[in-house]
Write a protein that binds this ligand. Structure first.
Ligand code: HEC
Length: 123
Protein backbone atom coordinates (compact mmCIF):
# COMPACT_ATOMS: atom_id res chain seq x y z
CA UNK A 1 0.00 0.00 0.00
CA UNK A 2 1.28 3.45 -0.85
CA UNK A 3 2.07 5.74 2.02
CA UNK A 4 1.29 8.91 0.17
CA UNK A 5 -2.06 10.57 -0.04
CA UNK A 6 -2.73 10.63 3.65
CA UNK A 7 -4.14 14.06 4.05
CA UNK A 8 -4.88 14.21 7.69
CA UNK A 9 -8.63 14.47 7.62
CA UNK A 10 -9.01 11.85 10.26
CA UNK A 11 -10.24 9.38 7.71
CA UNK A 12 -10.33 5.70 8.30
CA UNK A 13 -6.93 4.18 8.83
CA UNK A 14 -5.55 1.55 6.57
CA UNK A 15 -6.76 -1.18 8.88
CA UNK A 16 -10.43 -0.34 8.45
CA UNK A 17 -11.31 -2.82 5.80
CA UNK A 18 -14.89 -3.78 6.36
CA UNK A 19 -17.24 -1.36 4.64
CA UNK A 20 -20.17 -0.11 6.67
CA UNK A 21 -22.59 1.17 4.11
CA UNK A 22 -21.99 1.79 0.44
CA UNK A 23 -20.46 5.23 0.80
CA UNK A 24 -18.03 4.23 3.53
CA UNK A 25 -16.86 1.34 1.37
CA UNK A 26 -16.45 3.78 -1.50
CA UNK A 27 -14.33 6.10 0.59
CA UNK A 28 -11.88 3.31 1.29
CA UNK A 29 -11.78 2.37 -2.37
CA UNK A 30 -11.03 6.01 -3.19
CA UNK A 31 -8.28 6.19 -0.57
CA UNK A 32 -6.69 3.00 -1.86
CA UNK A 33 -7.00 3.59 -5.60
CA UNK A 34 -7.38 7.27 -6.37
CA UNK A 35 -6.10 9.49 -3.55
CA UNK A 36 -2.44 9.17 -4.55
CA UNK A 37 -3.32 11.32 -7.57
CA UNK A 38 -6.67 12.97 -6.81
CA UNK A 39 -8.29 14.94 -4.02
CA UNK A 40 -11.99 15.79 -3.65
CA UNK A 41 -11.28 18.79 -1.40
CA UNK A 42 -11.91 22.09 -3.18
CA UNK A 43 -8.93 24.09 -1.97
CA UNK A 44 -6.30 21.37 -2.16
CA UNK A 45 -5.53 21.98 -5.81
CA UNK A 46 -4.58 19.23 -8.21
CA UNK A 47 -2.03 16.49 -7.84
CA UNK A 48 -0.88 14.16 -10.57
CA UNK A 49 -4.55 14.05 -11.50
CA UNK A 50 -7.06 16.93 -11.56
CA UNK A 51 -8.93 17.98 -8.41
CA UNK A 52 -12.27 16.17 -8.44
CA UNK A 53 -14.26 18.75 -6.45
CA UNK A 54 -17.40 19.65 -8.41
CA UNK A 55 -16.86 16.72 -10.74
CA UNK A 56 -20.49 15.85 -11.41
CA UNK A 57 -21.82 17.97 -14.25
CA UNK A 58 -18.33 19.05 -15.28
CA UNK A 59 -17.26 18.52 -18.86
CA UNK A 60 -14.23 16.22 -19.16
CA UNK A 61 -10.86 17.92 -19.35
CA UNK A 62 -11.98 21.38 -18.33
CA UNK A 63 -10.61 22.07 -14.84
CA UNK A 64 -8.85 25.43 -15.06
CA UNK A 65 -5.09 25.16 -14.74
CA UNK A 66 -4.71 21.39 -15.08
CA UNK A 67 -2.62 20.09 -17.96
CA UNK A 68 -4.89 17.50 -19.51
CA UNK A 69 -4.04 15.29 -22.46
CA UNK A 70 -5.47 16.30 -25.81
CA UNK A 71 -7.56 13.13 -25.63
CA UNK A 72 -9.26 14.15 -22.38
CA UNK A 73 -9.79 17.71 -23.58
CA UNK A 74 -11.50 16.59 -26.73
CA UNK A 75 -13.58 13.86 -25.08
CA UNK A 76 -17.26 14.63 -25.53
CA UNK A 77 -18.16 13.62 -22.01
CA UNK A 78 -19.95 15.25 -19.07
CA UNK A 79 -19.18 13.48 -15.78
CA UNK A 80 -22.16 11.79 -14.13
CA UNK A 81 -22.77 8.52 -12.30
CA UNK A 82 -23.35 6.95 -15.70
CA UNK A 83 -20.27 8.25 -17.52
CA UNK A 84 -18.04 7.64 -14.48
CA UNK A 85 -19.32 4.08 -14.36
CA UNK A 86 -18.17 3.48 -17.93
CA UNK A 87 -14.91 5.44 -17.54
CA UNK A 88 -13.85 3.78 -14.29
CA UNK A 89 -14.52 0.30 -15.65
CA UNK A 90 -11.86 0.80 -18.30
CA UNK A 91 -10.44 4.34 -18.54
CA UNK A 92 -8.30 3.67 -21.59
CA UNK A 93 -11.22 2.26 -23.53
CA UNK A 94 -13.73 5.03 -22.78
CA UNK A 95 -11.28 7.89 -23.43
CA UNK A 96 -8.61 6.42 -25.73
CA UNK A 97 -5.26 8.12 -25.36
CA UNK A 98 -6.00 9.69 -21.96
CA UNK A 99 -3.07 9.88 -19.56
CA UNK A 100 -4.62 8.47 -16.42
CA UNK A 101 -2.45 5.49 -15.51
CA UNK A 102 -5.22 3.41 -14.00
CA UNK A 103 -6.49 0.05 -15.26
CA UNK A 104 -10.02 0.39 -13.96
CA UNK A 105 -12.21 -1.21 -11.33
CA UNK A 106 -13.91 -4.23 -12.84
CA UNK A 107 -15.98 -5.18 -9.80
CA UNK A 108 -19.44 -3.60 -10.21
CA UNK A 109 -20.15 -3.37 -6.49
CA UNK A 110 -16.84 -1.70 -5.71
CA UNK A 111 -17.18 0.71 -8.60
CA UNK A 112 -20.71 1.66 -7.64
CA UNK A 113 -19.69 2.20 -4.03
CA UNK A 114 -16.84 4.42 -5.21
CA UNK A 115 -19.18 6.46 -7.42
CA UNK A 116 -21.68 6.86 -4.57
CA UNK A 117 -18.84 8.18 -2.43
CA UNK A 118 -17.68 10.53 -5.18
CA UNK A 119 -21.20 11.88 -5.71
CA UNK A 120 -21.33 12.94 -2.06
CA UNK A 121 -17.69 13.89 -1.50
CA UNK A 122 -17.11 16.03 -4.61
CA UNK A 123 -20.07 18.35 -3.98
C1 HEC B 1 -1.53 7.51 -10.98
C2 HEC B 1 -2.39 8.67 -10.97
C3 HEC B 1 -3.90 8.47 -11.04
C4 HEC B 1 -4.70 7.56 -10.38
C5 HEC B 1 -4.26 6.44 -9.43
C6 HEC B 1 -6.06 7.88 -10.73
N1 HEC B 1 -6.08 8.94 -11.60
FE1 HEC B 1 -7.74 9.81 -12.35
N2 HEC B 1 -6.59 11.01 -13.54
C7 HEC B 1 -5.20 11.03 -13.53
C8 HEC B 1 -4.73 11.89 -14.59
C9 HEC B 1 -3.28 12.19 -14.93
C10 HEC B 1 -5.88 12.39 -15.23
C11 HEC B 1 -5.93 13.31 -16.45
C12 HEC B 1 -5.88 12.42 -17.68
C13 HEC B 1 -5.73 13.15 -19.00
O1 HEC B 1 -5.63 14.39 -19.03
O2 HEC B 1 -5.69 12.45 -20.02
C14 HEC B 1 -7.03 11.82 -14.54
C15 HEC B 1 -8.36 12.09 -14.85
C16 HEC B 1 -9.45 11.65 -14.13
C17 HEC B 1 -10.82 12.05 -14.34
C18 HEC B 1 -11.30 13.09 -15.36
C19 HEC B 1 -11.39 14.42 -14.61
C20 HEC B 1 -11.71 15.63 -15.43
O3 HEC B 1 -11.54 16.74 -14.90
O4 HEC B 1 -12.15 15.52 -16.59
C21 HEC B 1 -11.57 11.39 -13.42
C22 HEC B 1 -13.08 11.49 -13.25
C23 HEC B 1 -10.69 10.57 -12.64
N3 HEC B 1 -9.41 10.75 -13.10
C24 HEC B 1 -11.09 9.77 -11.60
C25 HEC B 1 -10.25 8.85 -10.95
C26 HEC B 1 -10.70 7.92 -9.96
C27 HEC B 1 -12.12 7.82 -9.42
C28 HEC B 1 -9.61 7.16 -9.62
C29 HEC B 1 -9.56 5.96 -8.68
C30 HEC B 1 -10.41 4.85 -9.06
C31 HEC B 1 -8.47 7.67 -10.36
N4 HEC B 1 -8.91 8.69 -11.15
C32 HEC B 1 -7.18 7.20 -10.25
C33 HEC B 1 -4.39 10.34 -12.66
C34 HEC B 1 -4.79 9.31 -11.82
Amino acid sequence: MMGQGMMGHGMMGESASEPDGEQAGGEKIFQDNCSSCHTVIADEGSGLGPNLHGLFGRHAGTLEGFGYSAAMQSADVVWSAKTLDIYLTDPAKFVPGNRMPFAGIKDDKQRHALIAYLAAATK
